[in-house]
Design a protein around this ligand. Structure first.
Ligand SMILES: C[S@@+](CC[C@H](N)C(=O)[O-])C[C@H]1O[C@@H](n2cnc3c(N)ncnc32)[C@H](O)[C@@H]1O
Length: 158
């Protein structure tokens, strides 16, 4: 997590290297809905793409971090590219599943960008394609550092 006021929390990086058996049940369940050609947006160290590749799926992982993509390749992901979510733009009918796991639905950043990119994703995918995404309600926190930040944002908006 990186806030515009300089707050950075890396959490526990081990999470990004976990195997399917260690994932939360909802993440394991989500994999049952994956079909066809997969685009994994913000793939991190590639845990979902690697899992799917092992099961015969054609999965491309993209991430804006060159080091994350290097890690994916070192871990054996055959298709991994440095790309930001804004640059994602493939020809029509290129994918059947778009994965945005690990709270990555938040990568849209705001509603306007979400609308623009979701329209593009619709053009790039097959008729019955799915977006499988995780997200996080940032307002459901008891962390005083976040509560203070939210309060100062509210005051800024007044
Ligand atoms: C919370 S991690 C999730 C990683 C992976 N999906 C997982 O669940 O293990 C978010 C990932 O999105 C990448 N990311 C952040 N901003 C991005 C952007 N604008 N475009 C593409 N990837 C981005 C980060 O580098 C990071 O690897």
């Amino acid at each position: 997590m990186e806030r515009e006021d300089g707050y950075i929390d890396v959490g526990d990086p081990k999470l990004y290297f976990t195997e399917y058996r260690d994932w939360a049940p909802f993440e394991q369940k989500a994999m049952e809905f994956v079909k066809g050609r997969v685009l994994d947006i913000g793939c991190g160290a590639g845990r979902h793409s690697l899992y799917l590749q092992q099961r015969g799926f054609d999965a491309l992982g993209i991430d804006n971090s060159p080091l994350a993509i290097k890690v994916c390749r070192l871990r054996g992901l055959k298709k991994a590219e440095v790309m930001t979510i804004d640059e994602v733009n493939f020809k029509p009918d290129s994918y059947d599943t778009i994965l945005m796991m690990g709270n990555n639905f938040g990568l849209f950043a705001n509603f306007r960008k979400a609308r623009r990119l979701l329209k593009r994703f619709c053009r790039m995918t097959s008729k019955d394609a799915l977006i499988i995404a995780g997200t996080n309600d940032i307002y459901r926190t008891e962390n005083p550092a976040h509560l203070r930040y939210q309060e100062s944002n509210r005051r800024r908006e007044e």
